[in-house]
Design a protein around this ligand. Structure first.
Ligand code: LLP
Length: 427
C-alpha cells in the first residue's frame, strides 16, 4: 500500500486512502470517541523538541514550553518528562504545570498583568524566574516578595522594536505593542531592579511575536539584546541568562520557516562572534512544539450547494478552532478517508450562529455527509483558546503514541458547563 505524507505534519500520513496518526487509523478514533476530536501525535511533539535540542547541543540552555499554545495536562506531562521547563502567563497555568508534574524551579512567569495573588502563589511555589514587563510591575513584585520575606528572581522583558513580519495581532516586539519595557528605558529599569531588596536580577528576556517564518527579525533582535546585555553589565549588573522568547512559525500553507536547529546554528554564529556563547540561553517556544502535532477531526453534517457558494457544514466550529475567525488563519482540511468522485469548492463552516464561524474557504472537497475531515496543524492555539460559545462542550482529545491511543480529555457535557452556575433563589 502506498504511504503519502502531508506537508508539515510528519507523523500524519495516508496509507492507501486512509489517514493515520503514527500507526493508528484516524477514522477508528473518530468512530470510537466521536467528533470533534483532537488527535495528537506524541512523536511530532518530541521531534519538534529534538530539533531545538540539536540546535543547543553543547550549550547551557533551558527550553521552557510556552504552554499557552496548548495547556492540556497530558501534553505538559510529555514535555515535563522530556526535561522541559514551562513559560506560564497566569496562576491557572501555574497550577496546571504543577498538576502535570513540572518542577517549580523550571517555570518562568511572563505576562503584562500579573496580579499580587499570582505573584504570591508563584513565589511560594518557588518558580525559577519572573519575566517583568513594566517598571510598575517591578515595584509591585518587590513589595509582594518583601512581605513574604523572599527575594524574587527576575528578568526584564525588553521590547527590542523589531518587526517580526507576522499578523499584527501576534507581533509583540514593536514599539506600539503593550509588551515589555521600551529599549531606551531598559537600563533605567535594571538599575531600579538591582536596587530593590525584594528582587534579584537573573537575566534578560524578549519575545518579538509569533508565527515568524523569516530568520531576519530574530537575527536583528539578538543583536539588539546583546547590545543591551553589554550596556547593563557595563553598569555593573550581571545577567546570568538570556531568554529569547518563542515565536518560530510552522507550516500551515506553504510557509517555510527555518528549522529550529538551523535557526539556532545561525544565531550562535552571531552570539559566539560577540563572545556570549557560554551564557545560559532560554527559549519559550509554543506553536513550534505542538502546532503540527495535532489534527481536529470533524464530521460532515450537511452539504448546502448555493448559487454563489457551496457550504460544507461540519460539527467543529469557531469555538473549537478559533484561529480562522480571529486571524483569518489558514488550516489545511484533508479527508480522513479519501474518496473518488468529483470534487467541488466549499466553504467549510461550523454550526455556530455567526457568519464568522468558518474553518476554511474555497476548499476543493469530494466529501459527503457522514465523512470525517481532518483540520490540520491544530495543535497550537486551538484547544487552549476553545470556548463554550453556543453552550458547546469542548472537544475530546486523544494522544497517539506509536500504535496506542490514550484519551487525554473527555468531551465536556452540558452538566460540566453548568456546574459552577446557580439559579436564583425562590420559586
Ligand atoms: N513567550 C511569550 C511571552 C509569548 O507571548 C508567546 C506567545 C510565546 C512565548 C510563544 O510564542 P509561539 O512560540 O507560540 O509563537 N493565538 C495566536 C498566537 C498568540 C501568541 C501569543 N504569545 C495564534 O493563534 O496565532
Amino acid at each position: 500500500m502506498t504511504t503519502t505524507s502531508l506537508p508539515g505534519a510528519p507523523h500524519f500520513h495516508y496509507q492507501g486512502d486512509e489517514l493515520f496518526a503514527e500507526r493508528v487509523r484516524v477514522g477508528d478514533l473518530a468512530r470510537r470517541h466521536g467528533t470533534p476530536l483532537f488527535v495528537y501525535a506524541k512523536a511530532s511533539m518530541l521531534a519538534a523538541l529534538a530539533a531545538y535540542q540539536r540546535g543547543f547541543a553543547g550549550r547551557d540552555f533551558r527550553i521552557c514550553y510556552a504552554m499557552k499554545a496548548n495547556s492540556s495536562l497530558a501534553l505538559l506531562q510529555v514535555f515535563a518528562q522530556a526535561g522541559c521547563g514551562f513559560d506560564i502567563v497566569s496562576g491557572g497555568e501555574l497550577e496546571r504545570v504543577l498538576a502535570a508534574g513540572g518542577k517549580p524551579q523550571d517555570i518562568i512567569f511572563s505576562g503584562v498583568g500579573k496580579t499580587r495573588a499570582e505573584m504570591k502563589r508563584a513565589l511560594e511555589a518557588g518558580i525559577g524566574c519572573f519575566n517583568v514587563e513594566s517598571e510598575a510591575e517591578l515595584e509591585v513584585l518587590n513589595g509582594v516578595a518583601v512581605e513574604l520575606g523572599q527575594v524574587a528572581p527576575i528578568s526584564i522583558r525588553v521590547n527590542p522594536d523589531v518587526d517580526p513580519k507576522t499578523h499584527p495581532y501576534i507581533s509583540t516586539g514593536l514599539k506600539g505593542n503593550k509588551f515589555g519595557i521600551a529599549h531606551d528605558r531598559t537600563l533605567h529599569a535594571y538599575r531600579r531592579a538591582a536596587a530593590l531588596p525584594g528582587l534579584r536580577v537573573e537575566g534578560i528576556d524578549c519575545h518579538i511575536g509569533s508565527q515568524i517564518t523569516d530568520e531576519g527579525p530574530y537575527l536583528d533582535a539578538m543583536e539588539r539584546i546583546l547590545d543591551l546585555v553589554q550596556a547593563i553589565e557595563g553598569a555593573g549588573i550581571p545577567l546570568h541568562h538570556i531568554d529569547f522568547g518563542g515565536g518560530l512559525g510552522i507550516t500551515y500553507k506553504g510557509d517555510a520557516p527555518p528549522a529550529a536547529d538551523a535557526l539556532w546554528r545561525k544565531l550562535f554564529e552571531r552570539i559566539d562572534a560577540r563572545g556570549f556563547g557560554q551564557r545560559r540561553f532560554m527559549i519559550e517556544p509554543g506553536r513550534s512544539l505542538v502546532g503540527n502535532a495535532a489534527i481536529c477531526v470533524t464530521e460532515v453534517l450537511y452539504l448546502k450547494p448555493g448559487e454563489h457558494k457551496n457550504f460544507c457544514v461540519v460539527d467543529a466550529a469557531m469555538n473549537d478552532l478559533p484561529r480562522p475567525a480571529m486571524y483569518q488563519a489558514f488550516h489545511a482540511i484533508e479527508p480522513v478517508a479519501k474518496r473518488s468522485g468529483n470534487s467541488s469548492p466549499y466553504d467549510v463552516v461550523g454550526p455556530v450562529c455567526e457568519s464568522g464561524d468558518w474553518i476554511g474557504r474555497d476548499r476543493e472537497l469530494a466529501a459527503q455527509p457522514g465523512d470525517f475531515l481532518a483540520v490540520m496543524s491544530a495543535g497550537a492555539y486551538c484547544m487552549s483558546m476553545a470556548s463554550n460559545y453556543n453552550t458547546r462542550g469542548r472537544a475530546a482529545e486523544v494522544l497517539v503514541d506509536g500504535d496506542r491511543a490514550f484519551v487525554i480529555r473527555e468531551r465536556e457535557t452540558p452538566a460540566d458547563l453548568m456546574r459552577v452556575e446557580k439559579l436564583l433563589p425562590g420559586a
